[in-house]
Design a protein around this ligand. Structure first.
Ligand SMILES: [Zn+2]
Length: 606
């Protein structure tokens, strides 16, 4: 059976089995439209009836994806909004903070998948953004981690590193960036190819990888420079920065925060649980204090590197990115040129704050409060610049985050910190004593341990044997759930477990480690207040919402995979799915898009 036939059959069975769950979905009437209980019941009845019809109709679309579908051009703009480190429980944990125009507008007005997760074992930013764009897992899209050891040179390289594409920014800016390491197409690549380049994709993020990966090889990416506080791109995208970007940068978008403070915007008595403001394991990495108010540029005479890092590590990093996104919408006339454009916005401050202070910190609560306001600014701008029913917004996250080990160990869980430097010392000692004296190790990177390739060559033992020796050392440390060797993973010799499948999905033959390590739940490598990267649900479970373009409000509780986003977008756009996509088309979204073609949206706003 060919791939598409098997996909269609799988979709058909998914739809059959999902019909019951559609009945189970909590369906809300649009806010403000219910004046009494009778009306409420009628609205519920109509929407449930509509969803039932949708579940019946949708399998036909699987046989003939184009039949009855709307011209894709009716939607003028797709906005992919990725919030770095946004955990799946954000709407519940921080609900009282959220205003009507921001994140809550998305969760209450869109199709909200409450049980969405990544199914790759290494949940970090580069792989997550690449999965959202490509519908593939790291084994398929090639972005195995945020960085890895290059086995040819022994150097650690960033996942978007490309020496052939230096940064375009202000004078003295160093670094580079391009999607050279991405080995799969994105849904936006497929759309741009299908339109012969008439449509365009742009991307902006606080981080290079958050900008570059979602829009693949054909988009234009801009990201925040911690050297200058400005927005940069690279020669991969432009010969020189567009004039409007130069003008934006000339206004020194970050300097307005110099000598200002990040102050509390919320109260302690709003019902949201946080830890004390200043806990022993919080980190003042950016030297603006561990408690409020956080002062920017305290010991500096003028804005420079350290200050620009402080901005990125506070809610104001997101504010600069949102400023740029709004300007981009205007200057590139996104969604207003008679074709459908794509904009990816990735907000990164939440992640940096989470690492430094922990997801249960006062700072995490404050950054969520500000994030909500930036989302509101973006949605309000889309209302006015793109117009009713013409903009589709997809909210997702690249990964979640675990509570700090100190917090969960106070509640009865055994959870501590692991120091890879200790493990590395022991590995080197063991190999030197038991085999021969050599520079054995490149070190730990991403989810595991890398040999120095020369040591593998001259070590005098087969790689498989050396991997087992290292795995044995690692297993001797506390907090280790499982180790997998490269030879076993590539040879298909993994146990038939959920964990092993996630590890295989995360594994790339040349960019992943020789020994892959999985810690026990809540254990953490390193000294950050908190982090992510594990296969566990606190890191893998993220919000996914499709909003706008006339889609109805619905909560869907069945399990979906983040890889489903990209092929769903391809189905809406009527293009091929991305080259390595493994996800399914989401029937709730696709059915609503078909229904929309029959009854064009008349609602105000998105
Ligand atoms: Zn992170």
């Amino acid at each position: 059976m060919d791939r598409f036939a098997s996909d269609n059959q799988a979709l058909f069975f998914r739809l059959r089995s999902s019909r019951y769950q559609l009945f189970e979905a909590t369906v809300r009437p649009p806010s403000g439209s219910v004046s009494n209980e009778g009306m409420h019941r009628l609205t519920r009845y109509l929407i449930v009836a509509w969803l039932t019809a949708l579940a019946t109709i949708a399998p036909i679309s699987a046989q003939d994806p184009a039949a009855g579908a709307p011209p894709a051009e009716e939607i003028r703009l797709v906005v992919i909004l990725v919030v770095d480190q946004l955990r799946g429980d954000v709407f519940h944990r921080f609900g009282p903070l959220l205003g009507a125009d921001g994140l809550r507008r998305l969760s209450e007005g869109g199709i909200w998948y409450r049980n969405a997760r990544f199914t790759h074992g290494h949940t970090v930013t580069g792989p997550g953004h690449a999965t959202i764009g490509t519908g593939a897992r790291p084994s398929g899209h090639g972005i195995a981690s945020n960085s890895w050891y290059d086995r040819r040179t022994g150097a650690s390289i960033n996942c978007v590193e490309d020496a052939a594409s230096p940064i375009l920014g202000t004078a003295g800016e160093t670094g580079n960036g391009s999607p050279a390491n991405l080995t799969a197409s994105t849904f936006s690549d497929e759309w741009i190819l299908a339109t012969g380049g008439r449509a365009r994709a742009f991307s902006v993020s606080g981080k290079d990888r958050g900008a570059i990966l979602p829009v693949g090889k054909t988009g234009k990416a801009f990201w925040y420079s911690t050297a200058s506080g400005r927005l940069v791109s690279s020669t991969y995208y432009y010969k020189q920065l567009p004039a409007w970007v130069v003008e934006f940068n000339n206004r020194k978008p970050s300097d307005r925060y110099f000598k200002k403070s990040w102050e509390r915007g919320t109260k302690d008595d709003d019902g949201i649980i946080t830890g004390r403001d200043d806990r022993s394991f919080e980190k003042d990495i950016h030297l603006f204090g561990k408690s409020f108010p956080h002062l920017f540029g305290k010991d500096l005479q003028k804005p420079e590197g350290k200050f620009y890092e402080q901005v990125a590590s506070s809610p104001f990093g997101d504010e600069v990115i949102t400023d740029f996104a709004l300007e981009l919408l205007d200057k590139e006339e996104l969604g207003r040129r008679g074709t459908m454009d794509i904009l990816s916005v990735s907000l990164s401050s939440n992640d940096i704050v989470g690492h430094n202070f922990g997801p249960e910190s006062v700072e995490a609560k404050e950054v969520t409060y500000h994030l909500d306001r930036q989302v509101a600014r973006l949605l309000t701008k889309l209302d006015s610049s793109v117009g009713p029913g013409r903009c589709l917004v997809v909210l997702a996250a690249d990964h979640g985050v675990g509570f700090s080990p100190e917090v969960v160990s106070d509640r009865g869980y055994e959870a501590k910190r692991v120091d890879n430097a200790d493990i590395l010392k022991k590995i080197n000692r063991r190999l030197n004593f038991s085999i021969r004296y050599l520079d054995w190790s490149l070190g730990f990177s991403g989810p595991g341990y890398f040999f120095d390739p020369e040591a593998l060559q001259f070590g005098g033992r087969p790689a498989a044997e050396l991997e087992v020796a290292v795995a044995g050392v690692i297993q001797g440390f506390a907090g280790i759930e499982a180790v997998f060797t490269r030879t076993d993973i590539l040879g298909g010799k993994l146990p038939d477990t959920e964990l092993a499948r996630k590890v295989r999905a995360a594994f790339h033959p040349t960019r992943s480690p020789d020994v892959y390590v999985v810690l026990k739940p809540f254990w953490l490598e390193g000294t950050s207040a908190a982090s992510h990267g594990s296969p566990y649900d606190y890191d893998a479970h993220v919000p996914v919402i499709f909003f706008g373009a006339g889609l109805p409000a619905a909560e869907v509780t069945r399990s979906i995979d983040v890889t489903d986003i990209a092929p769903t977008m391809s189905a809406i756009l009527r293009t091929s799915p991305p080259s390595s996509s493994v996800g399914a088309v989401l029937p709730e979204v696709m059915g609503a898009i078909r229904a929309r073609a029959k009854t064009p949206p008349r609602r105000q706003g998105l």
